[in-house]
Ligand binder design. Structure first.
Ligand SMILES: Cc1cc2nc3c(=O)[nH]c(=O)nc-3n(C[C@H](O)[C@H](O)[C@H](O)COP(=O)(O)OP(=O)(O)OC[C@H]3O[C@@H](n4cnc5c(N)ncnc54)[C@H](O)[C@@H]3O)c2cc1C
Length: 700
């Protein structure tokens, strides 16, 4: 008898547990044992992760799995040896139950590579805990961090404006500082951009030089990657040709470089930065605001930090010993791998200081992202109305000829488990690397997969999607997160002297979540408006609300997001999966809808397609595209109406009518824009302009 098989048999008998077989699979991989052979365990144990029995391409997927597991085994051979100890303690992030997408630690084995930026396992653990709590726990009311005081504030102001959160907040901080206001930034971590590039279109960047935030040369230096075209394609039996578009999201901006240039200019022009200083709470007085500041490095890492792992290294260091003690390890695994030398000098820069106890100011700009403590108080106990779940990676090793163009949006499968998976791929680092994202529109229902499960699925499907092998890829960073979204966006200020911007304001499109692109589109409007509000002392809640007005163009996008999100149970599953219950939507539904919609937009031309690709919804292009889609795919549109429900349809219709009204008001008010200069009038004109999508300028 084959000695390998005999030892395998005795081990099966002796242990017989699933975790044991995970370990055995890794051990066999280390000894170059053929996994295909190993999967034929005489005792019926599969050494491979179970195939997805409900997928239409079950056999194909199983082959991909075998391929992937082999690839991972070879690629991470050295890493696996290092992580053997970890495996013996189990590989789950949260020790939680396996979900539909879980592939028994494929993502964890990839993330075991110590060359990957930051400490993705640690950040995944935190993000997963947020996501699990959002799904399972009843919504809890967040602690009140803002208190309103009616007595007089007897203190000198430290500054005019305190910008809390120094990522996109830096853009406004610098804009206002350059207009003569005294601005300080209160940042929990460090004021520095992440390494992962932001994708935008060139025309969107113009505002940065127009406002004097960067020079042409600095802007050029921050453009890490440029490519064309971007493709759009949907999985279908009919094999429709791809749609290609030029100059859309075709630049990769290095946030680290861009924000680095702005940080330098901000300090030179007299701005102050408090790093490692976390917004704790604030008291709003009639004359100003007192912000209480806590020690940022002692603040635990949060889901928001996963986006910028290197900036949160100090906090990770703080949490590492406690974590290591809990895990019984030395803590080395959690130790940061990428200590950034720059930061040692940052504290000696003029204008940069550590944590004050408090900061007094006339206006607070809340740019603390989706998880801002002020936003949590304002949103109350309401859970997000939707979630966009994103996983991805940036890796080198793709064939150069494959890495010259991008995928703006692509599907490679039909919907499964009530989720339609979408893919994006962009050249990065000047073409030396490629970023690939897999995302899905969902909600906070319990049955939604874990982030780890999605990452498993991502690494399982990536080789098929990009026609590559994981063995050839060198993963530089792993990306994951959830974008919460709300039907009522943007979030309007609820307190005097406090206004939300960036992700905190939820003013980005619920389709793309391109928060940087959205900030660029609104930057001039916000800078002008805040400048005028400060000069004219228009800082009461009612005045600040005009800076984040109702925008029908943004609200109308909500229906499109909902039409790409399936509610649990809506998908028609093969018999037996959920007993007798079976949904009414075929797995092809979203692919059919999108293929029809994009075909119509392509036929209608650039004036319809391009604004949509750049997150702008306008009345006439929308009307034409909707009518065309209704004409060529009436049954699919009927299904969408049932899928999203009458409430969403009716509210969308209201936004659609308002889109028309705003377009009309913007058109007829144009002659007044330069004549009526009052604060309120200007804000109303801007609301009509951006609310109708007229802020988008069509480029030939
Ligand atoms: C994987 C991924 C890819 C993306 N790709 C793109 C893209 O290609 N194009 C694009 O336009 N957008 C993209 N985005 C979105 C973009 O990154 C965000 O919209 C943008 O970072 C939002 O910036 P922000 O400053 O509003 O919030 P955040 O980036 O969340 O920054 C919040 C800041 O506030 C600080 N902070 C938090 N709490 C406190 C506190 N209590 N006290 C003081 N400071 C605090 C944080 O440390 C941080 O600096 C992507 C996002 C992700 C996750």
């Amino acid at each position: 008898m084959n000695p390998e098989r005999s030892s395998h048999k005795s081990l099966c008998t002796a242990v017989g547990s699933r975790r044991f077989f995970e370990r055995l699979a890794y051990t066999m991989a280390l000894h170059d044992v053929n996994l295909r052979h190993a999967s034929n365990c005489p005792f019926g144990h599969s050494l491979l992760p179970p195939a997805n029995h409900h997928s239409p391409q079950r056999t194909g997927q199983r082959l991909v799995q075998i391929h992937t597991w082999r690839a991972v085994s070879e690629e991470h051979r050295r890493t696996l040896i290092r992580t053997k100890a970890t495996l013996s303690r189990g590989v789950g992030v949260d020790g939680g139950s396996p979900d539909t997408f879980s592939k028994d630690g494929l993502a964890m084995s990839v993330m075991a590579d110590s060359d990957i930026e930051g400490d993705p396992k640690q950040f995944l653990k935190v993000s997963e805990a947020y996501w699990q709590a959002m799904k399972s726990a009843p919504a809890k009311r967040a602690p009140a961090v803002i208190r309103v005081r009616h007595r007089r504030l007897q203190q000198e102001m430290d500054c005019d404006v305190a910008v809390c959160g120094g990522t996109l907040g830096l853009l406004l901080a610098l804009g206002l500082q350059l207009r003569g206001h005294k601005v300080c930034i209160v940042e929990k971590r460090r004021v520095e951009g992440r390494l992962q590039e932001w994708n935008v279109s060139r025309s969107e960047l113009q505002v940065l030089t127009d406002l004097g935030l960067v020079t042409e040369q600095e802007l050029q230096d921050s453009i890490a990657t440029e490519f064309n075209p971007v493709h759009i394609g949907f999985h279908s039996k009919q094999q429709h040709p791809d749609i290609a578009a030029e100059d859309v999201l075709n630049l990769g901006i290095s946030p680290k470089k861009l924000l680095g240039h702005m940080r330098g200019r901000f300090l030179e022009s007299g701005g102050a930065i408090h790093e490692g200083a976390a917004f704790h709470s604030a008291e709003v007085y009639p004359e100003g605001v007192v912000i209480r500041v806590s020690n940022g490095t002692e603040e635990p890492i949060t889901a928001g930090d996963a986006n910028r792992p290197l900036a949160a290294q100090d906090a990770l260091r703080q949490s590492a010993p406690a974590e290591a003690a809990r895990n019984g390890s030395s803590g080395d695994a959690a130790a940061p791998q990428h200590a950034d030398n720059d930061r040692r000098t940052s504290r000696t820069e003029a204008g940069v200081s550590g944590r004050p106890d408090h900061v007094t100011c006339r206006l607070v700009i809340d740019c603390m992202g989706h998880w801002s403590p002020i936003v949590r108080q304002m949103r109350g106990s309401s859970k997000p109305d939707g979630m966009c779940l994103v996983v991805g990676s940036c890796a080198s090793g793709f064939p150069p000829e494959q890495n010259r163009s991008a995928d703006f949006m692509r599907t490679v499968t039909d919907a499964d488990a009530d989720l339609q998976l979408f893919w994006q791929a962009f050249p990065a680092e000047g073409g030396a690397a490629r970023t690939t994202y897999m995302f899905s529109y969902a909600d906070c229902a319990k049955q939604r997969p874990s982030l780890q499960g999605l990452l498993d699925r991502y690494f399982e499907l990536l080789p098929g999607y990009q026609s590559c092998s994981l063995t050839d890829l060198k993963i530089k960073r792993v990306l994951f997160g959830g974008f919460p979204c709300y039907s009522h966006s943007p979030l309007q200020p609820q307190f005097d002297r406090i206004v939300q911007v960036g992700d905190a304001s939820a003013s980005q499109s619920p389709l793309s979540f391109g928060g940087f692109g959205s900030m660029l589109r609104h930057l001039r409007r916000l800078t002008d408006g805040l400048d005028q509000a400060l000069r004219q002392n228009m800082l009461a809640r009612g005045n600040l609300k005009l800076l984040q007005p109702y925008q029908p163009s943004l609200a109308a996008a909500w229906l499109f997001q909902r039409s790409m999100a399936l509610k649990p149970g809506q998908l028609r599953e093969p018999r037996g999966r959920r007993g007798a219950v079976s949904g009414f939507l075929p797995p092809t539904h979203i692919n059919t809808l999108l293929a029809a919609n994009f075909r119509v937009m392509q036929m209608l031309g650039d004036r319809v397609m391009r604004p949509f690709l750049q997150d702008t919804i306008q009345f006439w292009p929308l009307s034409a595209a909707m009518t065309g889609t209704l004409f060529i795919a009436p049954l699919t549109i009927l299904r969408v109406l049932v899928q999203v429900g009458p409430k969403v349809v009716l509210s969308w219709f209201r936004h659609y009518v308002m889109l028309g009204v705003y377009s009309f008001l913007h058109f007829i008010s144009k002659p007044l824009h330069k004549r009526v200069r009052g604060y309120r009038a200007q804000r109303i004109f801007e609301a009509w302009r951006c609310g109708s999508g007229a802020d988008y300028a069509h480029q030939q």
